[in-house]
Ligand binder design. Sequence first.
Ligand code: NAD
Length: 296
Amino acid sequence: ADRRIAFLGLGNMGRPMAVNLVRAGASVTGFDPVPAAVARAESASVGTAASAADAARGADIVITMLPSGRHVLDCYRDILPAVGPGTLFIDCSTIDVAAARAAAALVIEADCRAIDAPVSGGVVGAEAATLTFMVGGDPASVASAEPLLRALGARAIHCGASGAGQAAKICNNMILGISMIAVSEAFALGQRLGLTDQALFDVASTASGQCWALTTNCPVPGPVPTSPANRAYRGGFASGLMLKDLRLARSAADAEGVRTVLGRTAAEIYADFVRVDGPGRDFSAVITAIRDGAVG
Ligand code: NAD
């Protein structure tokens, strides 16, 4: 708690995370190029600086929560001259594995330490400090980040060397995107065959079709009252972010020469869906387009 933390990227995820660090008693200086994001963070009592480099100067730990790998690499190049040796960089953004490794290499070259620590749990998890971190980096750097990750989340799983956190995140979300489409196709077919949603749910949720997309985030209203389908697919995990993660999985698979046929198809279905429905609704809303034959 006595370590000085720079928090770069005060968007939907970064702001509540920075607020939780302040509440935990940490000394936090934030930065975001969007003035409205800065204003919202300040009104939640997060101190801010005029630039990323100003926020990072003298920090012991630099946390980034940015849109893409390009943003992280640009940001690291910008701030590395302002930090001292040994500074710990924790990137919580979801970015491609290659950029994560390149970012860590830049940091290590500057005699600093780097881990990638992308999250699952969404804005709700960021606010409630119940995020799951998937962590890549050397064991000593990961160990020194652990108290801070514990203040922001419920779990941190060390997955391997630099980039391993990002790899675990995109592989998990590839399972999730594919399984949501599978569950949605099953409900669409079941409805045509005269099955009630409840009957299909009662069978599949206690049989071999059981999965998170069915039993927690059920894409039809009724069987799981807390799923986004019961509130017009508002809140939850936005389709645009699912598409982003499926594209990251796709480009990693292409780079490695792995034929992820279902992962690629899932990316195409979500691209179609986001074109017709926009990026904002929970990703389980894809069932509405599957039912209408509007995707795939
Ligand atoms: P967001 O767009 O709300 O926030 C990103 C912020 O970064 C923006 O405010 C932007 O202005 C700022 N930024 C850009 N360049 C910067 C720089 N050089 N220095 C400081 N700030 C800079 O996005 P978000 O929803 O908060 O997501 C952030 C990351 O977390 C993404 O990689 C996303 O994929 C990942 N993620 C999001 C969710 C979610 O549910 N929103 C869940 C898991 C992971």
